[in-house]
Design a protein around this ligand. Structure first.
Ligand code: C2E
Ligand code: CA
Ligand code: CA
Length: 714
């Protein structure tokens, strides 16, 4: 307070020197008073903290803002010095700077300081310090103190966020490169350096093209265009690492603005080398046959489709050879699968040698190969090649110590006349192969008009069968199964009939194979199951103990789950007792279908019986019979019908009956046409027989009449 008076006095002295006269003096006195008040108010009300500090560091005068910042009442603060309010780590510097000012080295300074508030907390402040001199002598320091606590906190928060981003950037699993306008690396993360195998310091300043491995100019130009247009681009590329390894990368580039608005590029990349390799491997697996490494059916179809497009444009021909090995099964059966595989590989090698580079050789299953030949000028050329292949493939093989001979048969179709798409061409070549086999094997056969007509016929039949399902043109006939001792009907086989309004009754031998070609057999088969179960239930309700056999096709077993659902549903719907039901299936089913055992066990667990149809004609193996839950063998009619004339057939019949007994299976003889056959069968120990001798398959009413009268021939 004392100093303030002194300062006022000094001004007054100054005035005295310049002005004279009483009036002025009094005027000036008032003016000074006003100024002083003004200063006082300004000092007090300033939003910034202001303090006067003696050169030994004591607060001489403090304003309200300063008190607010430090949370001290003025009286308390005036009792303290700088030392008490300055953070101990900052204080020494203030002292040094104050000395520099006192020594005249600097006139003022600004700095950021931590000030200690009352109660122990501290506040960030920005100080500006200047010295007021009295004449040449230092009088006091003026201390301007701006509270920057809020700003400082925000700043620290920003730094914390930035550090978070930085560590995120560092930890990203992708490689990250920040490139400048010239595509030079100005920043990068750890992964980027690791993938490129380049030390981090060296990576800085490198050019993208120092490690981007591909890139022709045109492509680079295109990419730049896209990038400029849409601001980002994603693509796959290849980078060369420091060690020279090429890696496949999935790159994503975004255009960004660097400092001062200069463009830069944020490049994100992921090493996809392994993914790519896996994908390629999968693709190879999907398009190639594992045994021979040749293209499979799918790739064949793609290539043929491509060749057809070319050939159509250039008006040239394509030949498709469908080839299989005659009696290949025998090789497998006698020498084993390994020998069979080896043979197939050798055949593949010979076939490859017989075709030209642009042709496609595919293995499409088992012993079946397809050759697709481009630019075949006429069918004579195709025939020449076919003869050459037959000769080449037909030459002897040395498998282990065995010399083997297999001959191929070939079916040929030609684009454009034999089919317009790949599927048709292959299908027609297959049809022609069938013809080649029929005309004596080791030969080739062209797809012909006649085959064509048969195909057309088949397609027509398929259409009609669809309609037949809708129009309920199917009917079940029942053929009795007779107990040879009691001469009573103990069961029947349900056999489907198709009554077409114009064609009359169509034999299942004609339409079932057609239906089996498509999914029609599934719907027809389902109808047979539901219809026969319904009928069986009616007989059960009448108290008749009659076994009912129904036929299923192999194709119905391709989705065993669906078949089982249908069976369960039909049993549930009709309420039939399953123990009277018997499913007939052929032996080949046991060989062809995987997981068939589970399905058959399921069927048995539903309570049904299972019969093997046409037994003796197929590849019968005792192990199969043991493995599967078969309840009945049906001796094929070809043996039965000759059994009273042909000794071999008689032996066959006898053997099957004995085998069934051994395996504790039932046995039914089919196709019994004469009384002598019936007697013979009975003598061999066969109990049950079925055949024209007893009855033809009959429509329901006639069958029921027969059942009632039981008038059977002896
Ligand atoms: P399959 O299962 O072997 O049926 C026996 C066939 O032999 C029947 O021909 C029957 O009429 C005939 N047959 C019966 N006794 C004699 C005889 O003493 N001598 C001669 N020569 N033949 C006799 P069908 O009814 O024409 O059936 C032919 C084939 O059609 C059946 O052979 C079976 O494979 C198939 N089939 C018939 N109905 C169905 C069915 O509902 N579903 C399926 N998937 N196939 C069926
Ligand atoms: Ca049958
Ligand atoms: Ca049969």
């Amino acid at each position: 307070m004392e100093r303030r008076v002194r300062r006022g006095g000094r001004v007054r002295n100054l005035m005295k020197k310049d002005l004279s006269g009483r009036l002025f003096r009094s005027l000036i006195g008032r003016e000074l008073e006003r100024e002083r008040n003004l200063f006082q108010q300004t000092f007090e009300l300033a939003a910034i903290g202001i303090g006067h500090v003696s050169h030994d560091g004591k607060w001489l005068r403090v304003n309200r803002a300063l008190c607010d910042t430090l949370h001290y009442p003025a009286e308390d603060l005036l009792g303290l010095g700088l030392r008490e309010v300055t953070h101990p780590e900052d204080f020494a510097e203030d002292q040094a700077l104050m000395k520099s000012i006192l020594d005249g080295e600097i006139s003022s300074y600004s700095a950021e300081r931590r000030y200690l508030c009352r109660g122990g907390s501290h506040a960030w402040v920005h100080i500006t310090v200047a010295l007021v001199r009295s004449g040449a002598e230092p009088d006091h320091f003026i201390w301007l103190i701006e509270n920057i606590q809020a700003k400082k906190q925000a700043e620290q928060a920003t730094i914390a966020v930035r550090e978070q981003y930085r560590s995120l950037f560092e930890q990203m699993p992708e490689g990250l490169l920040l490139l400048d306008e010239e595509l030079r690396v100005i920043d990068h993360n750890r992964e980027a350096a690791r993938h490129l195998e380049i030390p981090r310091e060296e990576l800085l300043g490198m050019h993208l093209l120092d490690f981007e491995a591909v890139e022709d100019d045109e492509e680079a130009e295109m990419k730049r265009g896209i990038l400029e247009e849409s601001g980002r681009i994603d693509f796959e590329s290849r980078y060369r690492t420091r060690s020279g390894r090429i890696i496949d990368v999935d790159v994503s580039i975004r255009m960004v603005h660097l400092l001062e608005g200069r463009p830069g590029y944020q490049t994100l990349f992921r090493d996809i080398t392994e993914e790519r390799q896996a994908a390629q491997q999968i693709e190879h697996l999907a398009y190639h046959d594992q045994l021979t490494g040749l293209p499979n059916r799918r790739l064949l179809q793609d290539r043929t489709a491509q060749a057809i497009r070319d050939a159509a444009r250039r008006e040239t021909n394509i030949a498709v050879f469908y080839l299989d090995l005659d009696h290949f099964k025998d090789v497998n059966d006698t020498l084993g699968h390994q020998a069979g595989d080896l043979l197939l590989q050798t055949v593949a090698g010979r076939l490859l040698r017989s075709v030209r580079a642009g042709d496609t050789l595919a293995r499409i299953g088992g012993d079946e190969f397809v050759v697709m030949l481009k630019d075949i000028s006429n069918s004579e050329v195709a025939a020449d090649i076919a003869r050459k292949i037959i000769q080449e493939v037909g030459a002897p093989y040395l498998i282990g110590d065995d010399e083997l001979r297999v001959t191929p048969s070939i079916g040929i179709s030609i684009f454009p006349q034999d089919g317009r798409d790949a599927e048709d061409l292959i299908k027609h070549a297959d049809a022609a192969l069938y013809q080649a086999k029929r005309s004596g094997r080791a030969t080739y056969h062209f797809y012909t008009r006649e085959l064509h007509e048969r195909t057309v016929e088949r397609l027509k039949m398929e259409r009609l069968l669809h309609r037949a399902l809708e129009k309920r043109e199917f009917e079940l006939y029942y053929q009795p199964q007779v107990d040879l001792q009691s001469r009573k009907i103990v069961g029947c086989e349900a056999l489907i009939r198709w009554n077409h309004p114009a064609m009359g009754q169509v034999s299942p031998a004609r339409f079932i194979p057609v239906a089996e070609h498509s999914s029609l057999i599934l719907e027809i088969g389902e109808w047979v199951i539901r219809e026969s179960f319904r009928q069986a239930k009616i007989w059960q309700d009448r108290g008749l103990d009659l076994k009912l056999s129904f036929n299923v096709s192999a194709r119905q077993f391709m989705r065993p789950g669906e078949l089982l659902d249908i069976l369960r549903d039909a049993i549930g719907n009709t309420g039939v007792k399953p123990s009277n039901l018997e499913m007939e299936l052929t032996e080949s089913l046991l060989l062809d279908q995987q997981g068939i055992g589970d399905a058959l066990n399921e069927i048995r667990s539903l309570g049904m019986q299972i019969a093997l149809d046409d037994f003796g004609t197929g590849y019968s193996s005792l192990s199969y019979l043991r493995r599967f839950p078969i309840s009945t063998l049906k001796i094929d009619r070809s043996f039965v019908s000759e059994s009273d004339r042909d000794e071999d057939d008689a032996t066959m019949v006898k053997t099957i009956i004995g085998m069934a007994k051994n395996l504790r299976m039932g046995v039914v003889a089919e196709g019994v046409e004469t009384g002598s056959q019936a007697i013979l069968l009975s003598a061999y120990g066969c109990r049950i027989a079925q055949g024209y001798h007893f009855s033809l398959p009959l429509p329901l009413q006639e069958f029921e009449t027969l059942l009632e009268l039981q008038q059977l021939p002896t």
